[in-house]
Ligand binder design. Structure first.
Ligand code: SF4
Ligand code: FES
Length: 247
């Protein structure tokens, strides 16, 4: 495949960015999108030009770092992560635009790399349980109802990629927040801090500058892990209870 790429280039957080056009040839349809960018970067290196900076780590759909807006869609045309997106999803001769996430709390560091540490600070505000250390307790000593355990495991698959924020016209991280609240709030171990957790995490979310949820649903459509929209209902329900309890 021969492709034209329009890529956001920005030298530093303070620099003005702009779209630059590149031709990349002999791309295999079996390559992942990141492997295609590797081909481009080898080309740029050979020409003595600065390679395009982009974030990645596992390349297996686990770490959530490969955040790219491709043709205006978070992670591109398939509902998956960019590292699991294959070039067979594009046509020979196609022009593809590649941009970083666009949201104030995710400032661009360089080219396609954004700073997603706002998510880390939300987790630090409450995304944990306090438990005495020591050897692991016998698993059957803390019974968890099966439906609650399944729901907790399902939403624990959130990889913190930020596609929900990039897709949301309000720049809200409510789906991410809802996944974390539900994951811990469904299990017995998460109960002692359930309501202080939701108040603290929502407070940090708002402090970071993420927007409010108006139930548009773009987040769940873009989520590579299929986190359902009803985690936001759970978030709002727990927040109402937290406020009632004076948190
Ligand atoms: S909820 Fe989905 S889109 Fe949002 S951070 Fe988690 S995995 Fe990514
Ligand atoms: S590189 Fe880890 S999810 Fe894509």
């Amino acid at each position: 495949m021969n492709l034209t790429l329009k890529i956001w280039r920005q030298a530093s957080p303070e620099a003005a960015g702009a779209m630059q056009t590149y031709a990349v040839n002999d791309v295999s349809p079996d390559m992942s999108f990141l492997e295609m960018l590797d081909v481009l970067n080898e080309q740029l290196n050979e020409q003595g030009d600065e390679p395009v900076a982009f974030d990645h780590d596992c390349r297996e759909g686990i770490c959530g770092s490969c955040s790219l807006m491709i043709n205006g869609q978070p992670h591109g045309p398939e509902v998956t992560t960019t590292c699991q997106l294959h070039m067979r999803s594009f046509k020979d001769g196609e022009t593809i635009t590649v941009e970083p996430w666009r949201a104030d709390p995710f400032p661009v560091l360089k080219d396609l790399v954004v700073d997603r540490s706002a998510f880390d600070r939300i987790i630090q505000a409450g995304g944990y349980i306090s438990a005495n250390t020591g050897s692991a307790p016998e698993a059957n000593s803390v019974p968890a109802p099966r439906d609650k355990a399944l729901r907790a495991f399902n939403v624990a698959t959130c990889i913190g990629c930020g596609a929900c924020v990039a897709a949301c016209p309000n720049g809200s991280a409510s789906l991410f927040l809802g996944a974390k609240i539900t994951h811990l709030g469904e299990l017995p171990q998460g109960q002692p801090e359930r309501y202080s957790r939701v108040a603290d995490m929502v407070g940090q979310h708002d402090h970071e500058g993420f927007g409010g949820c108006t139930n548009i649903g773009e987040c769940t459509s873009a989520c590579p892990k299929g986190i359902p929209l009803d985690v936001i209902s759970q978030l709002n329900k727990d927040l109402r209870t937290a406020i009632k309890h004076g948190h």
